[in-house]
Design a protein around this ligand. Structure first.
Ligand SMILES: Cc1ncc(COP(=O)(O)O)c(C=O)c1O
Length: 387
């Protein structure tokens, strides 16, 4: 038999999804893969029941149903302050996962380079390789996860750099980039003529006093920013696979074609059911933020009581817990033991870092109080079971 593709030969399966399988195997409370165990808004699921009878059940327009794009443009205009044309500046995709892949394939040629901050969401490395490009990494330094502007410039000015990926708010470290930090990145992007591909799936999950700044809204950045985003986290519907790209008409024209050949389109009935959600008023987003603030406070308060060291997030819903005190050299083995002996599923931090970091694990708190309390009860025993 001939060898399979060289490009994908070094892919491992996703560590995050693997930890979900290990959690299931050991009956652990799964705080690894980031998805909520509470229901989406009732208005959306009620509308889905109606749509099941009324349709649509056939292909929507390949770049997304008209009413969905119009509602989405209005919602994103409201929050970002940018004018967005629903016909020429949006493509609806199968999750932000496809949005990122389509953006990368629209921008990169084989052999070009893409700058990625480390720690990073694990799909970015694979997306870069699938689009034929080579990732180069710039560290965000723990515990505050600041970047060094000189180090960033040294990476961005390398020959062949085409794009930078910016995850803001960031998974896994919970960093929310300040306007000043974004201005530094934007100035370098303009100076070296680089596209910025943003991943803003946690735009509404922020903790006071942090505020989300849209990279595309900064001076001179609209035409070189490709925003990848999603309904997964904002409406608690990670299984519906609805995402989108917003960019200039020139870029979107290309993304439309890539997306058409990748997936044809997102699910028509699910787009229809979500229109009502895209039209929610400000109150919905205030409640979402208050709910996440409650979950964060409950969870980090519990970790503090147990005496664990961790980074408190500014946004998104992840905590990096420092496991140095347990003396494991391998964070993957630690997570396997944690699932088996303590009954809590977590992700080894090394899967997010380019640097040699193996003293952190990632847990998430997008869970109901009873799930978080049960996980904290189990974690209260961690020293007895893991040392
Ligand atoms: C930073 C980030 N981007 C993208 C995704 C995936 O988004 P979607 O469900 O829209 O594909 C996730 C999921 O956890 C994420 O954390």
């Amino acid at each position: 038999m001939k060898e399979l593709s060289k490009r994908t030969a070094n892919f491992t399966d996703s560590v995050i999804r693997r930890m979900t399988r290990i959690s299931l195997q050991h009956g652990a409370i799964n705080l690894s893969q980031g998805f909520p165990d509470f229901d989406p808004p009732k208005e959306i699921t009620d509308r889905l029941s109606e749509v099941a009878k009324e349709g649509p059940h056939q292909y929507a327009l390949t770049w997304g149903a008209q009413n969905f794009r119009e509602a989405l443009a209005a919602k994103q205009e409201h929050f970002s302050g940018m004018k967005i044309n629903p016909d020429t500046e949006i493509v609806v995709t199968c999750g932000s996962t496809e949005a990122m892949m389509a953006a990368m394939m629209s921008v990169c040629n084989p052999g070009e380079k893409v700058v990625i901050f480390s720690p990073f969401y694990e799909n970015y490395g694979a997306d870069t390789i699938l689009s034929g490009a080579e990732p180069i990494y710039v560290p965000l330094k723990p515990p505050a996860f600041h970047f060094d502007a000189d180090e960033l410039e040294a990476a961005m000015k390398q020959e062949g750099v085409k794009a930078l990926i910016l995850c803001n708010p960031s998974n896994p470290c919970g960093k929310v980039f300040t306007r000043q930090e974004l201005m530094v990145i934007a100035d370098l992007a303009k100076k070296y003529d680089i596209y910025v591909i943003t991943d803003e799936v946690y735009e509404h999950i922020l903790y006071e006093p942090n505020k989300h700044t849209y990279m595309a809204s900064l001076p001179g950045m609209r035409e070189r920013t490709i925003m990848c985003n999603s309904l997964s986290k904002t409406y608690s519907i990670t299984g519906w696979r609805l995402g989108y790209v917003i960019a200039s008409p020139e870029i979107i024209d290309r993304v439309k074609k890539v997306h058409d050949f990748l997936t044809v389109g997102a699910a028509a009935p699910l787009m229809e059911a979500c229109v009502v959600g895209l039209k929610f008023g400000d109150e919905y987003y205030r409640e979402l933020k208050a709910h996440y603030t409650h979950m964060k406070n409950l969870f980090v308060g519990g970790l503090r009581d147990i005496g664990l060291q961790f980074t408190e997030p500014q946004g998104a819903y992840y905590v990096l817990v420092d496991i140095s005190e347990f003396g494991y050299e391998n964070d993957y083995l630690f997570c396997e033991d944690l699932a088996r002996k303590v009954g809590v599923g977590a992700v080894p931090g090394s899967s997010f870092f380019r640097e040699n970091v193996n003293h952190l694990i990632r847990v998430h708190f997008a869970k109901q109080d009873e799930t978080l309390n049960a996980a904290l009860d189990r974690l209260a025993d961690i020293r007895r079971k893991m040392k």
